[in-house]
Ligand binder design. Structure first.
Ligand code: 5AD
Ligand code: SF4
Length: 470
C-alpha cells in the first residue's frame, strides 16, 4: 500500500537535491511524495544551519508536525517524524532531548541509509545518525524515480576544506569530496533523457571539484563541463557555488568556449576589505576578486555576476564597510545575497572580539542593500526591449502564465500556453522590476529583425521556438 511522504526543505540547492534523492530512495518502499503533512506517514524536515534561528525554526515546525502525528495516532495509525540536514548534524542531541516525539535524526551524509533507519524507527526505536560514513552516499543512490523537470540540479561535490571563520559547512557537511566523473555524466544523461534542458552542477565549493575517473586521472570542473556539454538534448549548463580561490584559468576559458555554459557566475566575495577577508580566512583579497571579474569579462563579455556579502563580521570598521561598498560599485552585480553576520557556535568567528552592535549591522546592511538592489533593478531594466531565449521551468501563479529564466538568471513572467513548459523560447522583455521581468513570446521574423537580439542567442534560442504559439 502506498504511504505518504512529506519533506520540507530549507536552505541551499544542495538541500533541494538531497530532498529529491531522499524521495527517490524511499519510493521503492512505497512512499509517495505529498505537498502537505496532513495524514503523512513520514514527515522529514531537511534543515539548514547556515544562519541564525535555524534551531528555533525547526522546533516551531516540529510542534506543527507533532499535531499531525497525534491526529494519526488517534486513528490508530503511526506517523514518523525525522529531522535531517545540517541542524540535525549540529544539534541532533538537543533535538532528541527536547522533542521526545521525534523518531529520527540524521545528517546530510547518511540519507542513503534511510530504508534501514525507517525500518528501525517503525519498530519504535529512535534513530540518530550523524556520522560521516567512510562509504559515499552517492554510491548507494537509486536512479531517479520522479521526472527532474526542465531545470535539474546535480550534486557533484560536497563538503568544504576552506574553513572560512564564519561558516558551519566544514563541520556539518564534512571534508571536501568529489564524485567520480563517470557517475556524474551518467546521472546527467539520465536527467536529460527524462526531460531536463538545463543542469546546474552543485557543490558547496563546486569549482574545487577534482573527481577521479576509472583510469585514476583527475578531472577539474572545466573538463567535467566539457564532458557534459557533449550530451545531446542538453541546452544549458550552470554551476554553483564557487570560491574565488578556485577560479582557475581553464574554468574561465570554458566560459568563452562552451556556448551551453550560461553567462552567469555566482561568486561570493563576502567583504571588500582585505583586513576582514583575512579575519574571515577567505584566502583572497579584494584585488584578486576584481581580477577574476576582469578575466571573466574578457572570456565572456556579456556575463552577469552575482555574489554573497556578510556585513558586521567581528572587527569590521566603517572603513572596512566602505571598502565593501566600493567593491560592489566596481563590479556592478546583476543580483546578490547579503546578510548580517550571525555567530555560529563552534566556528572561530563566534569567539572573536570586536563584536559589531546589532544596530550598526542593520545600518550597514541597509546601506549595502540599497546599492545592490539598485544594481539589480537597473540590470533588469537594461534588458527591456531585448529578445532572449527563456527556459520555461515553472508554472506562473495565474492560469495561462509561465515563468522562465533568461541565460542571465533573470526570472521572466510570460503569458504562454502550458505546452511550452520545458521549452526554450525567444521572449522580448517588456517590463522590469528589481525581482524580475515580464515579456512576450516573439515570432522568428520578429527575432530576426530585432536590433537588440544578440546573434549568439539567435542560434541557441530560436531553434526551439514553437511557431504555432506565436
Ligand atoms: N553569518 C552570516 N552569513 C553567513 N553565511 C554563511 N555563514 C554565515 C554566517 N555565520 C552566508 C555567506 C555564504 C552564504 C551561503 O551564507 O555569505 O556565502
Ligand atoms: Fe563555508 Fe563556502 Fe567558506 Fe567553505 S568556502 S567554509 S562553504 S563559506
Amino acid at each position: 500500500m502506498s504511504k505518504k511522504l512529506f519533506i520540507k526543505t530549507w536552505g541551499c540547492q544542495m538541500n533541494v537535491y538531497d530532498s529529491k534523492k531522499m524521495a527517490d530512495i524511499l519510493s521503492p518502499l512505497g512512499y509517495d511524495a505529498v505537498d502537505a503533512p496532513d495524514n503523512a506517514d513520514l514527515m522529514i524536515l531537511n534543515t539548514c544551519h547556515i544562519r541564525e534561528k535555524a534551531t528555533e525554526k525547526v522546533f516551531s515546525d516540529l510542534g506543527r508536525l507533532r499535531e499531525h502525528k497525534e491526529a494519526k495516532a488517534e486513528k490508530g495509525e503511526k506517523a514518523l517524524i525525522a529531522v535531517a540536514g545540517c541542524v540535525a548534524q549540529a544539534e541532533g542531541d538537543v533535538i532528541l532531548q527536547r522533542a521526545k516525539y521525534v523518531d529520527m535524526v540524521f545528517g546530510p551524509q547518511t540519507y542513503h541509509l534511510l530504508p534501514e533507519m525507517v525500518m528501525k524507527a517503525s519498530g519504535d526505536r529512535r534513530v540518530v545518525n550523524t556520522d560521516f560514513p567512510v562509504e559515499s552516499k552517492f554510491d548507494h543512490l537509486p536512479e531517479e524515480s520522479t521526472a527532474p523537470g526542465p531545470s535539474a540540479f546535480l550534486s557533484i561535490q560536497e563538503g568544504c576544506d576552506k574553513f572560512c571563520t564564519f561558516c558551519v559547512v566544514p563541520y556539518t557537511r564534512g571534508a571536501e569530496f568529489s564524485r567520480p566523473p563517470e557517475q556524474i555524466l551518467n546521472e546527467a544523461k539520465r536527467l536529460v533523457d527524462h526531460g531536463a534542458k538545463e543542469i546546474t552542477l552543485l557543490g558547496q565549493n563546486v569549482n574545487a571539484y577534482h573527481g577521479k575517473d576509472v583510469t585514476g586521472a583527475t578531472w577539474g570542473l572545466a573538463r567535467l563541463i566539457a564532458g557534459i556539454d557533449r550530451i545531446d538534448g542538453l541546452e544549458r549548463i550552470r554551476y554553483m557555488t564557487s570560491h574565488p580561490g578556485d577560479m582557475s584559468d581553464d574554468l574561465i576559458d570554458v566560459h568563452r568556449d562552451i556556448a551551453k555554459l550560461m553567462p552567469f557566475l555566482h561568486l561570493p566575495v563576502q567583504s571588500g576589505s582585505d583586513r576582514i577577508l583575512e579575519l574571515m580566512n577567505r584566502k583572497h583579497t579584494a584585488a584578486d576578486y576584481l581580477s577574476i571579474i576582469i578575466k571573466m569579462k574578457e572570456a565572456r563579455p556579456d556575463i552577469a555576476f552575482s555574489s554573497d556579502f556578510i556585513v558586521g563580521f567581528p572587527g569590521e570598521t566603517d572603513a572596512d564597510h566602505q571598502a565593501t561598498l566600493d567593491l560592489a560599485h566596481r563590479v556592478n552585480f546583476s543580483s546578490c545575497y547579503s546578510f548580517k553576520y550571525s555567530p555560529r557556535p563552534g566556528t572561530p568567528g563566534a569567539v572573536m572580539g570586536g563584536i559589531v552592535p546589532e544596530q550598526v549591522k542593520d545600518a550597514r546592511l541597509q546601506e549595502l542593500q540599497s546599492i545592490l538592489f539598485e544594481q539589480q533593478r537597473s540590470y533588469n531594466q537594461r534588458s527591456v526591449g531585448r529578445v532572449m531565449p527563456v527556459l520555461f521551468d515553472r508554472k506562473g501563479q495565474k492560469p495561462g502564465q509561465l515563468l522562465g529564466k533568461t541565460p542571465y538568471m533573470q526570472s521572466v513572467y510570460v503569458d504562454a500556453p502550458e505546452r511550452l513548459f520545458g521549452q526554450i523560447v525567444d521572449v522580448r522583455i517588456d517590463k522590469a522590476s528589481q525581482n524580475g521581468t515580464a515579456g512576450t513570446i516573439v515570432t522568428t521574423e520578429e527575432v530576426l529583425s530585432s536590433p537588440s537580439h544578440e546573434t549568439h542567442y539567435r542560434q541557441i534560442g530560436s531553434k526551439n521556438v514553437d511557431k504555432t504559439a506565436c
